[in-house]
Design a protein. Structure first.
Length: 127
């Protein structure tokens, strides 16, 4: 396997509260639009082709406690999961409608686990 690092342009020119993540099988970019309280989600439909960035969702954050949303994964049926960046987990459907908000304590941390047949390099292996 060969690994390469390269630069690429992002699809939107406002980089406040932005994140890269995987949405389904696509590289995704999300950014907060403070003028209308929405998180815009863009996906790269064709790997390494900057013109393939497509805006797929505009998620209103008006229903979350602190009007914030940071997506980090999606379910098999297309629901978007993330945090409100302070007090809980948030789930939206594939149309950007708020489905639920689950509060949690400040000691809670969410992580995404992806099952794989590949092993991580150990101390004796080189990455």
């Amino acid at each position: 396997m060969e690994r390469k690092l390269f630069y690429m342009d992002l699809p939107y020119n406002s980089y406040w509260c932005c994140e890269l993540w995987v949405f389904g099988e696509f590289l995704s970019f999300s950014t907060m639009n403070f003028s209308n309280n929405t998180v815009m989600i863009w996906t790269m439909k064709e790997y390494k082709v900057n013109s393939s960035w497509t805006k797929t969702h505009a998620v209103s954050v008006d229903g979350t406690p602190n009007e914030s949303f940071s997506p980090f994964c999606c379910t098999k049926n297309g629901d978007i999961i993330g945090t409100d960046q302070e007090t809980g987990l948030v789930r939206y459907n594939d149309k950007g409608q708020l489905l639920e908000h689950r509060p949690y304590s400040s000691e809670f941390e969410a992580v995404v686990y992806t099952e794989s047949l590949l092993s991580l390099p150990g101390e004796s292996e080189q990455a």
